[in-house]
Write a protein that binds this ligand. Structure first.
Ligand SMILES: Nc1ncnc2c1ncn2[C@@H]1O[C@H](COP(=O)(O)OP(=O)(O)O)[C@@H](O)[C@H]1O
Ligand SMILES: [Mg+2]
Length: 393
């Protein structure tokens, strides 16, 4: 069921590619005796069938995926599709019925409780949708709360909490109580509380869903900024397609307790695995999500000497050098390449005016491929269709 699409281009994200969390054959059913339900799921039964036959709720029917160091991995899906259950399984708030969870290659499901608490305390922080701030404590005390629970000394935890408040731009509100703070500020305190532990992994369950749209996009920016400064591994739950597209390095789309698709935002937009996934992203404007790197394709070099063809030259390090007109003159002409991060809307004029498909390069000059008019138009056209469908239902 899991569809892992090939990655055609190199990602610009902070992800190092090293796997931090591995989830394998994970299942969670809510029953005293999970065996009959698990047996049905192994034979491919759906969540609805298990509920109907056994009256057992399935949280996760089957999930397998890897999360890489430094990436923002968004798990999205409709309400009830199993997102929160997965997060709770990751930090062992609940026990899996079946399957493995490996952190840096270590099987968490096999750890003794004491060792587990130690690992989770060191590596993971959780940010919830409800800010869950203690009303009778200041922002600083709230930010320090996780450390207090972990038994960190008062002076040390105040120092860490203040540094965390600074990172989310709230140091000057350290002595304010929650009811003196706006919703956005309260959520920043929630974020600071998670950051104070300096976790290498952050689990965020609908962390921004309760915020007003403007504040919400502020918080998304904030998260992306923090991620640029010090990359953590972030598992971010969302039911919002725009949010997922905006912040995700990769997205796992959940459908009835299973993973319908895993891929980068561009991969999922380009090739949704099924109707459910397609419907989910229908309203998303592709022209705002896609960047030059997402559209870059290997150049069609044609035959040397064939008129009207172009050949793209790179040096031994793969850096772009220029374009050879295939007209037999073999003259190398200079053509300013496009930066891989350029949003595709900003490319329209250049692609239209260029004598050949535009070369795309990474920040270090590495040649990624070319963007032709046809490919650009096809990508924009999809965005137009999507908007039309949203407007007219
Ligand atoms: N403690 C529980 N007992 C019984 N069923 C549960 C429990 N927690 C979650 N579920 C069920 O598991 C499914 C997935 O829930 P959840 O993971 O909360 O979905 P999401 O976060 O995607 O909205 C739902 O059908 C839900 O009713
Ligand atoms: Mg949930």
């Amino acid at each position: 069921m899991t569809t892992i699409l090939p990655t055609p281009t190199v990602s610009s994200s902070t992800a190092t590619g090293q796997v931090r969390l591995t989830v394998r054959g994970l299942r969670k059913v809510f029953a005293d005796d999970p065996r009959p339900a698990l047996e049905m799921l192994r034979r491919g039964a759906t969540k609805a069938e298990v509920l109907q036959r056994l009256n057992v709720n399935v949280g996760v029917a089957e999930a397998s995926f890897d999360i890489r160091a430094g990436e923002i991995f968004v798990i999205m899906g409709l309400s009830g599709s199993g997102k929160s259950t997965i997060v709770r399984l990751l930090n062992r708030l609940i026990e899996p019925s079946e399957g493995q969870i490996l952190l840096d290659g270590r099987d968490l499901t096999a750890l003794r409780y004491g060792d587990l608490v130690e690992v989770l305390r060191r590596d993971m922080s959780m940010v919830f949708q409800s800010f869950a701030l203690l009303p009778n404590r200041t922002a600083l005390e709230n930010a320090a709360f996780g450390l207090e629970v972990a038994g960190v000394k008062r002076a040390d935890r105040r120092k860490a909490a203040l540094a965390a408040l600074e990172r989310v731009g709230l140091a000057d509100h350290a002595d304010h109580y929650p009811d003196e703070l706006s919703g956005g500020m309260q959520q920043r305190v929630g974020l600071a509380r998670a950051l104070a532990k300096n976790p290498t992994i952050m689990l965020m369950d609908e962390a921004f869903s309760a915020l007003d749209p403007l504040i919400r996009s502020d918080m998304q920016d904030e998260l992306l900024r923090l991620q640029r400064e010090e990359a953590r591994t972030i598992v971010f739950i969302s039911h919002d397609a725009e949010e997922a597209m905006r912040i995700a390095d990769r997205i796992a789309v959940m459908e009835d307790g299973r993973i319908a698709q895993i891929g980068t935002p561009a991969e999922i937009l380009r090739a949704p695995a099924d109707e459910y996934v397609r419907a989910f992203f229908r309203g998303v404007d592709a022209s705002r999500v896609l960047r030059a790197r997402d559209l870059a394709r290997p150049p069609d070099d044609g035959n040397p000497g064939e008129p009207g063809r172009f050949r793209y030259r790179t040096d031994t390090a793969g850096h772009f050098r220029g374009v050879l007109a295939g007209d037999g003159t073999s003259a190398l002409f200079g053509l300013e390449p496009v930066a891989a991060d350029t949003p595709i809307l900003a490319l329209l004029g250049r692609v239209a005016a260029a004598p050949c498909p535009l070369p795309v390069v990474e920040a270090d000059g590495r040649f990624l491929g070319v963007i032709s008019r046809a490919v650009l138009l096809a990508a924009l056209d999809r965005g137009e269709d999507a908007r039309r469908e949203v407007r007219h239902g």
